[in-house]
Design a protein around this ligand. Sequence first.
Ligand code: GLU
Length: 303
Amino acid sequence: MSLDQTSYRGRFAPSPTGPLHLGSLLTAWGSWLLARKAGGRWLVRIEDLDPPREVPGAAGLQLRTLAAFGLASDEPVVRQSERGPLYQAALDRLLDRGDAFHCHCSRRTLAANGGVHHQCVAAHAIDHPSVRFRVPPRTRLEFDDLIQGPVHQDVGSEVGDFVLRRADGPWAYQLAVVVDDAAQGITDVVRGADLLVSTPRQILLQRALGLSTPRHAHLPLLLDADGRKLSKSLACAPVDASDPLPALRVVWAALGQDPSAHAGAASVAAMLSMAQREFDPSRIPGQPVAMPSLPDTSVTRRP
Ligand code: GLU
């Protein structure tokens, strides 16, 4: 994996839906390590666009937890809830160009087509329609992910016209993430592999808006001991900000790094400086990783 040494700008963009768990720590630290390895900057952006899914106080807690793990944004933290005018300007541009359209279809009317929108089927206009991005049939997209390799998606048939602003008001993640990555000059999008499926949509939006496409690196998902994506297991309990080292060791191993490298690292600062020195991006696995065994129960603490 070759990383640009001069202008790398990466980011970690959590949604404030709860405390950070091992999976989110893996994304945070993985994106930080790749940015540091490239001599670049690492930014934190709070993706607070969907109030019903958010937990009051979670954003502040996430930032305090990151700080306890030695991970601080190199620039002021940006919050998506404060950036509506930027998203509106992008949406207006797409509407003006005919790349986006108002849509009166409901989830129910689209159910017959597996929820995929190819053309409007609503019988009645609604007061507050959603806005969708137009995806012509046979729109196929291909990109090279630095960790996952070549990725292909038939966006026309698998995704269809996708939502940019929901009928109930909120901006869609796909639009906001593209606008913010461009506005923040992000060169490298590093995030969990669960978002791989979103990337082709974001590339289509970048092209329609005349924005450059960043490099992508999708980090492996953590699986619990039974091979399921972390859900209700101990592994998705909050990481313990009062005792960061055990969780950092687990994530280091999950990122495919040499466990013997942190032998003498007895503080967060020592662990991070060892990690910057020893981190080898080519060891990051693409496949999901079964969570390395917990050294003791202090790694995580239930709320
Ligand atoms: N906010 C998204 C999440 O927490 C991540 C978005 C991204 O990294 O593009 O899953």
